[in-house]
Design a protein around this ligand. Structure first.
Ligand SMILES: [Zn+2]
Ligand SMILES: [Zn+2]
Length: 240
């Protein structure tokens, strides 16, 4: 016990947990984010789009403008936060500078705010949106898979990382519009091993922009026999 306490104390000193927003060691110790920094995050509130989960300004509306224009192959999804500079910086650090530990905070919030609603979906599995294997090698982890693992562990839902693969890198999606993105992505994914009894799936990804990635992966899972697909993303761009 004492040895463990000393060990934890030393690890804390050498590798203090850093805040996903300001990147400084989190105070008070034991927390996942600074009390001030959590206020910089805009967690999605109602009214939110019934399909993609992004926040919409008008309580009279059921869908965001994007979901009015496009029909998705997934049933519906939730998103934790509205995309902002602060959130974008934090996710970029997770993706490109090894700040995997920030996902502990986001995973914790995902469960706290959406755990019951995700359980109510009654899915057979959680499937992370894959990254290309060369990217995985460079980063050492897939941020969506790390998040999926945290959620699966807490919600007692199995995670199938091998359900989907990405067979080409899809760079510069930012410059493309929704239709071009989807075209670009439609051949980017293929299904791996899908157990026969996997009828419904929660797809997990980091950012919801136009929904093209989730649409491409949903189509891929449907072709492989999955009947119902739901989504969860960390951040979504507000009405686009
Ligand atoms: Zn902070
Ligand atoms: Zn929507």
């Amino acid at each position: 016990m004492l040895v463990k306490m000393i060990y934890n104390g030393v690890t804390d000193l050498l590798f203090p947990r850093r805040c996903p927003i300001c990147e400084e060691p989190v105070m008070p110790k034991g927390k996942l984010i600074c009390p001030e920094c959590i206020r910089a995050i805009h967690f999605i509130r109602e009214p939110a789009c019934k399909i993609c989960g992004r926040e919409i300004g008008d309580a009279e509306e059921e869908l965001c403008s994007n979901c009015k224009r496009h029909r998705f192959s997934f049933e519906y999804g939730y998103s934790l936060m509205s995309y902002s500079d602060v959130v974008s910086r934090s996710i970029t650090r997770i993706k490109y500078t090894g700040a995997k530990e920030y996902l502990d905070f986001y995973g914790h919030m995902a469960i706290r705010l959406y755990g019951d609603r995700i359980k109510a979906m009654g899915v057979d599995a959680i499937v992370p949106v894959p990254v290309h294997k060369s990217r995985l090698k460079k980063r050492g982890y897939n941020q969506a898979a790390v998040l999926a693992e945290i959620m699966g562990r807490e919600l007692h839902i199995p995670v199938y990382e091998d359900a989907l693969y990405r067979n080409k890198k899809t760079a510069a999606l930012k410059e493309l519009n929704a239709a071009e993105r989807l075209k670009n992505l439609s051949s980017a994914f293929f299904a791996g091993e899908i157990p026969k009894d996997m009828r419904s799936v929660l797809l997990v990804d980091d950012i919801f922009t136009t929904g093209a990635t989730l649409e491409a992966t949903s189509r891929c899972l449907k072709r492989a026999g999955v009947e119902r697909i739901y989504c969860f993303t960390l951040a979504s761009k507000t009405d686009i």
